[in-house]
Design a protein around this ligand. Structure first.
Ligand code: PA5
Length: 455
């Protein structure tokens, strides 16, 4: 086990960045509100209405998932995860954090398991090209959809089923609701193996169910360590004093800054391996909190140092409507040294003998100091290293913070009514029975004014 994830919110304090930061009384007020929100969240947990909270301690489900993942790992060369949104982003984030962005390029022995693909979108170009690289004999599909009705996932599954032909029975594994939805019924008819998604756990909170853990275990990555890290964070997030509770502090500071007009929350991760974790955070924060017209932070994800050459100008000198959450890393593993080369050149001399880790860490520190000097609020989440334990901590921290933030913003973080209408219109357009009126709604729109169109 490694050290613990550290949350440092001092970069958001008035004492550090001046008038744009939170004063001591504001901090106290924000913490008091977060304390109440935390109590309400823990009450939901006690009533059994907060399904995600107990997942990291659910040993039986974790071990059953790992056992099936191990079987898949041993047997297949390639695994394709068919899922979208919360049924894809978590697993993808963990696999790329722990396996690295180039994992699929390693020989099997070094990567420890099959190649994993997350086509996710229903873009035909990706899916067509992906299948052309794979062989039905050695490929397993994990069909992951909590509702069991998602059009993108079921369409890809239908294509995969046809592509596998008679081989399909032991090459498709489903993860879906234990009782409801079309996929659950299909599983029984097709004779596929399956694992349940607990009904009380929503898609974007499901990374620690089979939704996330099965792909992680199938890849040969440390699903157990992930849950241990998450469980450690769960215990930290049960601390009643909000000043000592990382999820309460994180939610309190972000919401208090939001009230000061800093409504864009940028997660700036200083490691390529954390890029997909940024996408997971964006979905969690946006789909959970973006619900009332007067509130709802806008999450963005960036990767340092790359985005210093892209977003940083805006963060430094653009509108004062942002808070930047740095994700930094302690131990970055084996050093990559920068050799002495043209040392007489001032642009190179100072780099000689340093490592790439020193460079990226200095860039994170320099960027944060520059933002502070410009009076821009920052927070830091420091991971001792990128391993299963710290990623598990990170995941649970944001899930718990989202639940608390939902209370602070006065919205239900567990539903997503705003995405339903577009789904219904799409299904109506494609001729689904009972959805005709939604398609009619689209057709009833006024004809576009040609003055706005150029061909
Ligand atoms: O967080 C959510 O609930 C959504 O993003 C869902 O995960 C996404 O829409 C996919 O849904 P399903 O798992 O039912 O296919």
């Amino acid at each position: 086990m490694s050290g613990r994830l550290r949350l440092d919110a001092s970069g958001a304090a008035e004492a550090r960045i001046g008038a744009e930061g939170l004063s001591a009384p504001e901090r106290e007020r924000a913490l008091a509100a977060a304390g109440q929100a935390l109590a309400a969240v823990l009450h939901l947990r006690d009533e059994g209405r907060l399904g995600f909270w107990s997942l990291p301690a659910d040993r039986a489900s974790i071990e059953a998932t790992i056992a099936l993942g191990e079987e898949i790992r041993a047997r297949f060369e390639d695994v394709v995860v068919l899922g979208i949104g919360g049924s894809s982003l978590g697993a993808r984030a963990v696999v790329s954090a722990l396996g690295g962005g180039l994992r699929n390029l390693w020989p099997r022995q070094r990567r420890g398991g099959p190649r994993l693909f997350f086509p996710d979108n229903s873009d035909p170009a990706t899916f067509r090209e992906l299948l052309s690289f794979l062989s039905p004999e050695s490929t397993c599909f994990l069909a992951i959809t909590k509702s069991g009705t998602t059009a993108e996932t079921l369409s890809q599954l239908a294509i995969a089923r046809a592509w596998l032909g008679d081989l399909h029975r032991d090459r498709i594994v489903a993860v879906t609701d234990p009782e409801k939805g079309s996929l659950r019924a299909i599983v029984a008819q097709e004779g596929w193996r399956s694992l349940p998604v607990p009904p009380a756990v929503g898609g974007r909170f499901s990374v620690l169910t089979a939704v996330g853990l099965l792909p992680v275990a199938a890849a040969g990555l440390d699903a157990r360590g992930l849950c241990e890290g998450a469980d450690l964070m769960r215990r930290r997030c049960e601390e009643a004093d909000p000043a000592r509770n990382p999820a309460a502090l994180l939610a309190a500071v972000l919401q208090a800054l939001d009230r000061r007009g800093k409504r864009i929350h940028v997660l700036f991760s200083y490691a390529d391996a954390l890029r997909d974790l940024g996408a997971w955070y964006v979905q969690l924060w946006a789909e959970s909190l973006g619900k009332a017209e007067s509130v709802g932070p806008t999450p963005l994800a960036a990767v340092g140092a790359t985005d210093q050459h892209s977003l940083l100008q805006l963060l430094m000198e653009g509108p004062r409507d942002k808070v930047v959450i740095f994700v930094t890393v302690g131990d970055r593993g084996e050093a990559v040294s920068i050799p002495a080369w043209h040392s007489e050149d001032p642009a190179l001399g100072y780099l000689a003998g340093k490592s790439l880790a020193e460079l990226i860490d200095a860039e994170a520190a320099g960027t944060q100091a520059a933002l502070e000097a410009a009076g821009r609020p920052t927070l830091t989440l420091h991971l001792p290293r990128i391993d299963a334990h710290s990623i598990g901590e990170f995941l649970f921290l944001w899930e718990a913070a989202t639940a608390i933030a939902g209370m602070l913003y006065g919205v239900d973080p567990f539903d997503q009514p705003g995405v339903e209408l577009s789904k219904r219109i799409t299904q109506g357009l494609l001729g689904r029975k009972g959805y005709e009126e939604h398609a009619a709604r689209l057709r009833a729109r006024p004809a576009p004014d040609p003055a706005w169109i150029l061909d």
